[in-house]
Design a protein around this ligand. Structure first.
Ligand code: SF4
Length: 511
């Protein structure tokens, strides 16, 4: 459970091309291109749009050394045009690309699950202690020269762990668990600390908001125990698009920021990347407004989870409370703090429904982000038996849908199909946005179903983690379909793939 003291967790400061991350610096906003770096003009134009949309830092994928080298040209062209947004190279499975990028960019993101370890084979899952130690030595052997190269060029590093892309070594000891994700980061951090390399940011992401928030808190405990205080990048991966994606991100990122955790954030959307920074800014603006309410500092820290019933949803004017719960309205200031204080002062057996009200001058999108933080944060902490909203700028139907989205994001009630969709990047070789729309249109309203729509075969199958079925880009215009982690149809032309996915679901009796 969070403490809601709103004081930023003290961290070291990592400098990325002169922009400080952590410490007393403002929380930085990041986004990521979905262009190939080989398309220099297209990438430059998109970086510029992302910067103009409010991002402080931008990332591009570098699959190989050629794509990494192209980033140098993109960076030069941006600087020539007066755009000084720091660029981050995103590396998976290819340390050579990381070495090629380090002298040319401002930060390199590596994934500890695949920087040294090859792609997971899902076969050998037993390591003796001796074999395990040898594997750790391999990490140091590969990572230390990289740290030295980055130090030489003043390049920062993001150690970015993702749920679903852990090495076989970690899986053998920890499974695909929060503890495994944390250890995956710690293995690399220990090497960096020993080498006295400190220009590091850590991220530890999952598409499941509950897993993401728990894992970040666990990572902080693990770092604290070893005297490390690196800044943290927050994000919910594969959040998808539209309001549900905004809600998932606002709940996950907002609940941690409300607890003083997080130094840089990305709202990851399967939309045009320039849509991402404004949502991140809305989250930050709402957190700033919460902090300005004095109530935050007076909150008790010992509240226990108090949920008594499956959370219900109440929309002002649509559903009237049926007398089973006591509804309490929170219409101003720091609603999270006020809900928490109210619950601490009214312990008892009466189920409580918190209704958050917003003034008409807030836009509908601002209300969605604010409500996701204000209601999602206490729900994640096991509080509240019902949630409600009173916001005249949203139709009753949209309010109802928003509340159900918040309950689904907090994994408390499933009322719609869960879509796990990556934002796309330079590896995506089909029209991800159109495909996601088609899949969503065809598969609304199956609460027992989780569908992954992932841009590439390199990261997709692992990172859709707990999807029941996956639609994964296999090559230019080619799709593979997965049932769980098993590939059941390979290299289908993309124009046939949505229909084949639906046929597979029908054959399995899932729709
Ligand atoms: S899963 Fe999506 S975002 Fe991740 S590397 Fe592949 S295409 Fe890029």
């Amino acid at each position: 459970m969070g403490k809601y003291n709103y004081k930023r967790r003290p961290t070291s400061v990592t400098s990325v091309a002169g922009i400080g991350i952590g410490g007393d610096n403002p929380v930085r906003v990041q986004s990521m291109n979905n262009t190939s770096t080989r398309d220099i003009a297209g990438s430059v134009a998109q970086c510029q749009r992302i910067a103009d949309a409010g991002a402080d830092i931008d990332r591009l994928t570098a699959q190989g050394t050629l794509e990494a080298e192209a980033m140098g040209e993109i960076r030069r062209e941006l600087r020539r045009r007066g755009c000084d947004i720091p660029l981050v190279a995103d590396i998976h499975f290819n340390p050579k690309a990381a070495f090629a990028a380090a002298p040319l960019v401002d930060k390199v993101r590596i994934n500890p699950g695949n920087f040294v370890d090859p792609g997971r084979v899902f076969k050998k899952i037993e390591f003796t202690d001796e074999e395990y130690q040898l594997e750790l030595q391999k990490i140091a052997d590969a990572f230390v020269p990289f740290l030295r190269l980055c130090r030489e060029h003043g390049t920062a590093i993001r150690i970015g762990v993702n749920h679903g892309s852990l090495s076989d070594r970690i899986m053998s000891r920890y499974g695909d668990t929060p503890a495994g994700m944390v250890e995956s980061a710690m293995e690399f951090l220990r090497v960096a600390v020993k080498e006295n390399f400190n220009d590091i940011v850590i991220s530890i992401k999952a598409s499941n908001v509950v897993v993401m928030t728990q894992t970040v808190r666990l990572l902080i405990q693990a770092m604290d125990a070893e005297g490390m205080h690196f800044p943290l990048h927050l994000g919910v991966t594969e959040a998808g698009d539209g309001e549900d994606a905004r809600v998932k991100s606002a709940v996950g990122i907002g609940s941690l920021l409300a607890d003083g955790i997080g130094d840089t954030i990305r709202v990851s959307l399967s939309e045009d990347p320039e849509n991402e920074p404004p949502v991140a800014r809305q989250i930050l603006a709402h957190i700033d407004a919460m902090k300005s309410d004095d109530i935050a500092d007076s909150l008790p820290e010992d509240a226990e989870p108090q949920r008594r019933i499956l959370p219900k949803v109440f929309v002002h004017g649509l559903d009237d409370p049926d007398g089973e719960v006591s509804t309490v309205r929170f219409a101003e200031g720091n609603r999270v703090g006020r809900i928490r204080t109210y619950l601490a002062e009214h312990k008892g057996n009466t189920p409580i429904c918190a209704v958050v009200a917003y003034p008409p001058e807030m836009s509908a999108d601002e209300v969605a982000v604010a409500a996701a933080i204000d209601l999602g944060t206490p729900l994640l902490d096991g509080l509240l038996d019902g949630i409600g909203i009173d916001a005249p700028q949203l139709s009753p139907e949209r309010q109802h849908d928003l509340l159900l989205g918040i309950l689904q994001a907090t994994r408390l009630r499933f009322t719609k199909t869960e879509f796990i969709a990556c934002p796309g990047c330079g590896r995506t070789m089909f029209d991800l946005q159109t495909t996601l729309h088609r899949v969503k249109e065809a598969l609304q309203g199956y609460p027992a179903l989780k569908i992954g729509v992932m841009g590439c075969i390199v990261n997709g199958p692992g990172e859709m983690a707990d999807a029941d079925y996956g639609y994964v880009g296999a090559g230019a215009g080619r799709i593979s379909l997965y049932r769980g982690k098993e590939c059941v149809e390979k290299n289908i032309p993309s124009e046939q793939a949505v229909d084949r996915l639906l046929a597979l679901l029908r054959a399995d009796g899932r729709i």
